[in-house]
Structure formats: structure tokens, C-alpha cells
Design a binder for this molecule. Structure first.
Ligand code: HEC
Length: 227
């Protein structure tokens, strides 16, 4: 038979909403106590009220508040000798993301596909424009900018720890930045970032490669040069 249809005219009229009368202070306090955000404030006031008679004078409370206000603390850009670099502001640990930003897609450790010659050439072009100013044209960390960045030098990308980074880790640094190095997410598309990583890997390879690993024509050429 289906559900009984309700005839709107049979619904009892609802009582009109009562207008709010003048608010008295006591009403305000109770209202505040009922409101979630203000509940803690009123509780704090109640505790203060309860404490007041126990104190000789308001001076004690003032002294306590004063102590909280002038306690030793680290200020932005200030020094703090507790840390080795004496910086009060700490660099974010690796992988930290601001609250509310959607998490980026996980970065694969290796190239999404083996780099092609065209990608290497594109990578060289982008590397020379985007990274070389600091890390040097050969990626060895020698550049006028690096010489000027004495606090934290841009490291060599072709030796030291970065040499053992999997491609995905270099991609992550170019995407998210690291320490003093900013992110190059906006300057480089994801394809360009992988191309830059491919070129960095090529720069690493050219540092030390057994002559027998070269293609035959290049072996002959290299032997001639080495004589
Ligand atoms: C403005 C200068 C500057 C530019 C441009 C720059 N870097 Fe860096 N890079 C740095 C500095 C400085 C550090 C060290 C940061 C630190 O230790 O706080 C660094 C560190 C790195 C590291 C090592 C990170 C680690 O985990 O130790 C990699 C890899 C790297 N850069 C790759 C790149 C690539 C790829 C580009 C180009 C897309 C690039 N950088 C562009 C300054 C730069």
C-alpha cells in the first residue's frame, strides 16, 4: 500500500521562536561556560577566583605571570647554543609535510622508465639552468655561489653521499627541497625533474667508469686520449 502520505495541513504548527531578551552578565558567563571554545576560559577564571582568597595579594599572581612571560625561550632567528649549528629554528626533519596539504604521490626509488638520449639532453639543459649555479656545471659543488654559501655549501652531486642516492632521492630533493635548498617543483615539471636526475646520474658516471664499460668506438677514442 506504500507509506502513508503526510498531509502538510495536518502537521501541528510549531511554536514561534522566542526572541532573545536582554542578556544579563550571569547569562553571559553561563553562556560562555556552555560554549565549547569558551568553556576553558571560564574554568580558568573560576580557578583564579578560587585561588584569590588564598593569596595575600594579587601581587603573587602577577609575579607568577611575569615569570611565565619572561622565562628563557628561543626566539625566531635567534641563537641557541644547545644545537651544534647554534640555530634556534630547527630545519624540518626529512619528509615533513605541512598540515592540511594533500600528501604528494609516493616517489618511486628508480626512474619511471629508462632515460632516453633526448631526456638526457633535456636534463642537461635544465640542470645547467636550474642547478648548476649552485652545484657547478659538472655537479662537483664548485661554483661562485657555492663559494659564497659558507654556512651550508651546496654539496657535490657526483661524489660523497649523493653519489649513492637512488634516482628517486635526487628527484625528491628537487621536488621538495632540502635544508637551505629550495624546492624546484614550480620551475621543473615532473618529466623535467626526472630528466635532470638522469643527467646527474650521467655526471656521476663520467667521474669514474672502467674503460672496458664504454662502447668500442669510445674505448678506442679514450685510449688515444689517455696515451
Ligand atoms: C640556490 C642554490 C641551489 C640550487 C639552485 C640547487 N641546490 Fe641543491 N643544494 C643546495 C644546498 C645549499 C644544499 C645543502 C642544503 C643543506 O644541507 O641545508 C643542496 C643539497 C642538494 C642535494 C643533497 C641533499 C641531501 O639529502 O643531502 C641534492 C641531491 C641536490 N641539492 C640536488 C639539486 C638539484 C638536482 C638541483 C636542480 C634542480 C639543485 N640541487 C639546485 C643549493 C642549491
Amino acid at each position: 500500500m506504500g507509506g502513508a502520505k503526510r498531509n502538510p495541513s495536518t502537521v501541528a504548527p510549531r511554536p514561534p521562536i522566542r526572541p532573545i531578551g536582554p542578556i544579563r552578565p550571569i547569562g553571559l558567563i553561563i553562556g560562555a561556560a556552555a560554549t565549547d571554545g569558551l568553556r576553558r576560559v571560564s574554568r580558568f577564571l573560576l580557578v583564579l577566583l578560587a585561588l584569590l582568597p588564598a593569596c595575600d595579594a594579587g601581587d603573587d599572581i602577577n609575579a607568577a605571570l611575569q615569570r611565565m612571560m619572561v622565562q628563557p625561550r628561543a626566539v625566531d632567528y635567534g641563537a641557541n647554543r644547545m644545537f651544534r649549528d647554534h640555530r634556534a629554528m630547527r630545519p624540518l626533519p626529512r619528509g615533513v609535510e605541512p598540515l592540511g596539504r594533500p600528501l604528494p604521490a609516493p616517489i618511486p626509488p628508480d626512474f619511471p622508465s629508462p632515460p632516453t638520449l633526448a631526456e638526457l639532453q633535456r636534463g642537461r639543459d635544465r640542470f645547467d639552468i636550474t642547478c648548476a649555479a649552485c652545484h657547478g656545471l659538472l655537479g662537483d659543488g664548485h661554483s661562485p655561489v657555492a663559494d659564497a654559501m659558507r654556512l651550508r655549501r651546496p654539496p657535490s652531486l657526483v661524489s660523497g653521499p649523493v653519489k649513492d642516492f637512488p634516482p628517486g632521492e635526487i628527484y625528491r630533493v628537487a621536488t621538495q627541497g632540502y635544508g637551505l635548498m629550495p624546492s624546484y617543483r614550480l620551475q621543473l615539471s615532473p618529466e623535467d625533474r626526472w630528466a635532470v636526475v638522469a643527467y646527474v646520474k650521467a655526471l656521476q658516471l663520467r667521474q669514474a667508469i672502467p674503460i672496458v664499460a664504454l662502447p668500442a668506438p669510445m674505448q678506442a677514442e679514450a685510449r688515444k686520449e689517455l696515451k
